[in-house]
Write a protein that binds this ligand. Structure first.
Ligand code: ADP
Length: 448
């Protein structure tokens, strides 16, 4: 922990922050009732899956966007408009291609009316600090991705922000450049070379958060909210293979993945004609589901989620939906950061391709989304319906983007299970011979 410059002075305070995009049926509750503080001297990470509202919170904290509910206090005063004490480093930094490295760093200082001599001195010092000494007159096209991101950091630091906000600044870099840039930033931060008083890092990479932050705020989505906070009381520099480091990574995984509900939500019967928001499908392709189950079967049925993610090279954003899907299909359960295969999961892993499809079909058929799609197709003329028919209904429940994602996942799963087929000439879904009314279990619905 960065204890030496840690005091209890609160720099930023969020009180009951809510942000809603859109209106009426299409309203997205991006974040709801979020409250936390960032103290002077702290490095805080906001961690959670895509869509849990991390970027939204960053934009609210820096004053780029007002909240719909609640308020932000900066050094105890309500924040109005852009926060002049904060800057953001984005995933990919928009450097001006026609300006040199030095001119790119000076841009923000120019905008703030700093005199030319002072501008130059500050820019050169920062370029040196981030390790780009000798590249002052180079143009962005002459630099590697990692070096360009360093220019981005230098530009953000040039205005000497009290609060440095980092929006997944390492995720667009290759593994080695990302690791070296993390190390360099930590060195600057822990040696107090930066005028910065606090850092807020947005990440969906658990190890990165444990490596860098003093405190991790774990978020979840639908709606975006804070689930828990975890202190990382390990001295810097931290080492990824060290036992206490691994134990913390495990704890954070457990907090992010949660536990398998005792009563799977599938069983909460809703009417077949209502796709229903509570029954959203996790966006996991069949390949990820099968890969996860096969891996668990090979590993002796139980494994650490952290280890699984690493072994399958799956980022949190791929791993979590796959884990959710295997839980939903009752092929595995999750407790305390561990994932364990169920008997059904074991059977699936050992089954032939045809038997796998059959197992899959049996377990997705009761899901409200598939009950609804199958029911509509059974009632339709020639058991066919245009894609738009389904999308329109889903759009009354989800945003247009989410409706499309839900439907794409449903088609991916349904086709694999051979519940229905997709006619891409006519953009229609239709029931295959094997899934017409008689075959789906004696439905009384008949074709019109
Ligand atoms: P994260 O950074 O964690 O991925 P975001 O803050 O980008 O999450 O998004 C949170 C939620 O708000 C998501 O459901 C996203 O689709 C939605 N959202 C974000 N920005 C907008 C916008 N400008 N209009 C409508 N919805 C948005």
């Amino acid at each position: 922990m960065n204890t030496t410059n840690h005091t209890n002075n609160v720099l930023v305070e969020l009180r009951g922050i809510g942000k809603f995009y859109g209106r009426g049926q299409r309203e997205t509750r991006a974040v709801e009732n979020v409250s936390f503080q960032i103290r002077d001297g702290e490095f805080v990470a906001l961690l959670g899956p895509s869509g849990c509202g991390k970027s939204t919170l960053l934009r609210i904290i820096t004053g780029l966007m007002p909240p719909s509910a609640g308020e932000v206090l900066y050094r105890g005063k309500p924040l109005r408009g852009v926060n002049e004490h904060a800057t953001i480093v984005f995933q990919t930094f928009a450097l001006f291609p026609w300006l040199t490295v030095e001119a790119n760093v000076q841009v923000a200082l120019q905008a703030r009316g700093v005199a030319p001599a002072e501008r130059r001195a500050r820019a050169l010092k920062l370029i040196d600090l981030v390790g780009l000494d000798g590249f002052e007159s180079a143009y962005p096209r002459e630099l590697s991705g990692g070096m360009r991101q360093k220019v981005g950091f230098a530009r953000a630091l040039a205005v000497e922000p009290e609060l440095l906000c980092l929006d997944e600044p390492f995720s667009a870099l290759d593994v080695l450049s990302a690791e070296s840039l993390r190390g360099e930033l930590m060195e600057l931060w822990t040696s107090h070379t930066l005028p910065t008083r606090a850092i807020l890092l947005v990440s969906h990479n658990i190890e990165e958060a444990v490596l860098m932050a003093d405190r991790i705020i774990v978020m979840d989505k639908d709606p975006g909210r804070v689930v828990t906070e975890i202190q990382v009381a390990l001295p810097q520099p931290r080492h990824r293979k060290e036992i206490h480091f691994l134990a913390l990574v495990d704890r954070v995984y457990a907090a992010v993945a949660g536990e398998t509900p005792v009563e799977p939500y599938v069983r909460m019967g809703t009417a077949p004609n209502e796709p229903g928001k509570t029954e959203m499908l996790p966006h996991a392709p069949i390949s990820a589901i099968a890969g996860l189950v096969e891996y668990l079967a090979e590993e002796g049925k139980r494994a650490d989620l952290y280890y699984v993610g690493e072994k399958l090279s799956m980022e949190l954003d791929e791993l979590l939906p796959a884990v959710e899907a295997v839980e939903l299909l009752e092929m595995a359960t999750v407790t305390g950061g561990d994932i364990a295969l169920t008997a059904l999961g074991g059977t699936f892993a050992a089954a032939t391709i045809l038997a796998r499809k059959e197992i899959f079909a049996q377990h997705i058929r009761p899901l409200p989304m598939f009950r609804w799609i199958m029911n509509e197709l059974q009632r339709a003329e020639q058991h066919r319906l245009p894609l738009d028919f389904f999308l329109n209904v889903l759009e009354s429940e989800f945003t247009a983007k989410e409706a499309e994602r839900q439907f794409n996942t449903a088609i991916n799963w349904g086709r694999y299970a051979e519940l229905f087929e997709f006619d891409d000439d006519r953009d229609e879904l239709y029931l295959t011979n094997g899934s017409t009314p008689a075959a789906v279990g004696g439905s009384t619905a008949s074709a019109k």
